[in-house]
Every structure is written in C-alpha cells, then in structure tokens.
Design a protein around this ligand. Structure first.
Ligand SMILES: C[C@@]1(CC(=O)O)c2cc3[nH]c(cc4nc(cc5[nH]c(cc(n2)[C@H]1CCC(=O)O)[C@@](C)(CC(=O)O)[C@@H]5CCC(=O)O)C(CC(=O)O)=C4CCC(=O)O)c(CCC(=O)O)c3CC(=O)O
Ligand SMILES: NC(=O)C1=CN([C@@H]2O[C@H](COP(=O)(O)OP(=O)(O)OC[C@H]3O[C@@H](n4cnc5c(N)ncnc54)[C@H](O)[C@@H]3O)[C@@H](O)[C@H]2O)C=CC1
Length: 165
C-alpha cells in the first residue's frame, strides 16, 4: 500500500452501516464536501440528525450492489463481516473500497490522522495494531502542536509569491 491524499470534494461516497465506525469515517468526508449516502437499516442518532439536516442521504435498508455501482469510494462498515466481504467482491476494480472489519479486504485503509492547517499527518500499521497507530498519532500531536499551522500558512504564502511570474 502507498499513502495518497485524495481530494474528495463532490465525490460520491456510499457507506454501508450506520454505527460509530461508519460515523467516524463519515465526518472527515463530510467536512471535505463529499456527497455521502448511508445505507443501513438502523443508524445512530448523529447520523439521523445529519440526514434530517440534509447534509447526507440515509436509506433505511440493507445494502445492495446497485447502491454503490457508481460510487467513487465505498465504505463497508456493517457489523456483518459477510456483508462487508460481499461489498469488496462486488465492487468494480476501479472503485476505492474500504472494509472496516478486515484489513486484507478492499483496497483502501483508513489511517489515524490529524491536521495542523495545511499540514496533515497520517499513520497506518497495515492492520497490525490500530491502537499503536492511535498512540503514535498522539505522540506526534504533541510534537507538532497548533502553532505550526500558522508557520505553514506563511510558507504557503511565500511559495505562492515565488511561483508568480
Ligand atoms: C484495517 C483498518 C480498517 C480500515 O482501514 O478501515 C482497521 C481494522 C480493524 N480495527 C479493529 C479494531 C480497532 N480499531 C481501533 C481504532 C482505529 N482503527 C483504525 C484503522 C483501522 N482499523 C485500519 C487499519 C489501520 C492500522 O492498522 O493502522 C484507526 C487508526 C482509524 C479509524 O478507524 O478512524 C483507529 C484509531 C483512530 C484514532 O483514534 O486516531 C481500535 C481502538 C480504538 O477504537 O480506540 C480497535 C480495537 C482494538 C484492536 O482490535 O486493536 C479491528 C478488529 C474489529 C473487530 O474485532 O471486529 C479491525 C479489523 C482487522 O484488523 O481486520
Ligand atoms: N477502527 C476500525 O476500523 C474498527 C472497525 N471495527 C469493525 O467495524 C464494524 C462496525 O463497527 P460499529 O460501527 O461499532 O458497529 P455497530 O454494530 O454499531 O453498527 C453496525 C451497523 O451496520 C448496520 N448493518 C448491519 N447489516 C447491514 C446490511 N446488510 N446493510 C447495511 N447495513 C447493515 C447496522 O444497522 C448498524 O447500523 C465492526 O463490526 C468491526 O468489524 C470495529 C472497531 C474498530
């Protein structure tokens, strides 16, 4: 696997499942302006709320292959490993698929990550220990505190000016 930072604005994302994990995946995508559809018979209150506010679409039923045929990114976050596996199987080879229940399925892993303005730091252990990824993130959050965001903004401005003809 290689790390990529993907611009998700306007991209169609289909999330199967509506528990805490689905919600955790959903939030940064929503923040980035992705078009999110959650398909799940039941969802947590936070997801109900987002659907009521029309920030996302929620279909209260089980997922079917047709639901994600044209999705850019599919997130399989149900609590049924067979359903998640089926999603990975039915997805087209050119789709991005994240399977929360099994690190060897799908083609995208979600890292532990944090941002300081334009600086983004992401850590993965390739399924070895998500808990360790979280611990490393916490250590790096101490090293790169909020003050670095302003410095990086300055670097950005200076660089843009240098690039101007
Ligand atoms: C493959 C991946 C999924 C993907 O890419 O979507 C995956 C898979 C699995 N996680 C499981 C369990 C836990 N995951 C966490 C936490 C996090 N897990 C995250 C990512 C990933 N987890 C990807 C690999 C990343 C990597 O390896 O580094 C983080 C970094 C990001 C995020 O989820 O947002 C987030 C920390 C976020 C943060 O705080 O920064 C905790 C601890 C906790 O919640 O506090 C536990 C319980 C302890 C334990 O079991 O270790 C299980 C067993 C499930 C079961 O028993 O059914 C599987 C299945 C499997 O391993 O196959
Ligand atoms: N960080 C990570 O990557 C972690 C991943 N996991 C994995 O993620 C899975 C989901 O975790 P939680 O959100 O806590 O589970 P949860 O049990 O709270 O939620 C599961 C959701 O899946 C929905 N669902 C069940 N069958 C469905 C179907 N056929 N179609 C659509 N939706 C369906 C349910 O209605 C429910 O909303 C876990 O089972 C586990 O395998 C668990 C912990 C951490």
């Amino acid at each position: 696997m290689i790390p990529l930072f993907v611009r998700m604005t306007g991209k169609k994302v289909v999330i199967a499942g509506g528990g805490q994990i689905a919600y955790r995946r959903l939030l940064p995508l929503l923040h980035e302006g992705a078009h999110i559809t959650v398909i799940s018979p039941e969802v947590i209150d936070e997801i109900v709320h987002l659907a009521q506010q029309q920030q996302i679409t929620w279909h209260a039923r089980e997922i079917e292959p047709n639901d994600y045929a044209d999705a850019f990114l599919i997130i399989a976050a149900t609590n049924d490993p067979n359903v998640n596996e089926q999603i990975a199987t039915y997805a087209a080879p050119n789709q991005l698929v994240n399977v929360a229940s099994h690190h060897l399925l799908g083609n995208v892993h979600v890292p532990a990550f944090f941002s300081r303005g334009k600086l983004q730091i992401a850590i993965t252990t390739g399924g070895a220990s998500p808990t360790l990824a979280k611990q490393i993130k916490k250590q790096l959050e101490q090293i790169f505190d909020e003050s670095i965001a302003e410095y990086i903004d300055e670097l950005y401005e200076q660089r843009q000016q240098r690039k101007e003809p």
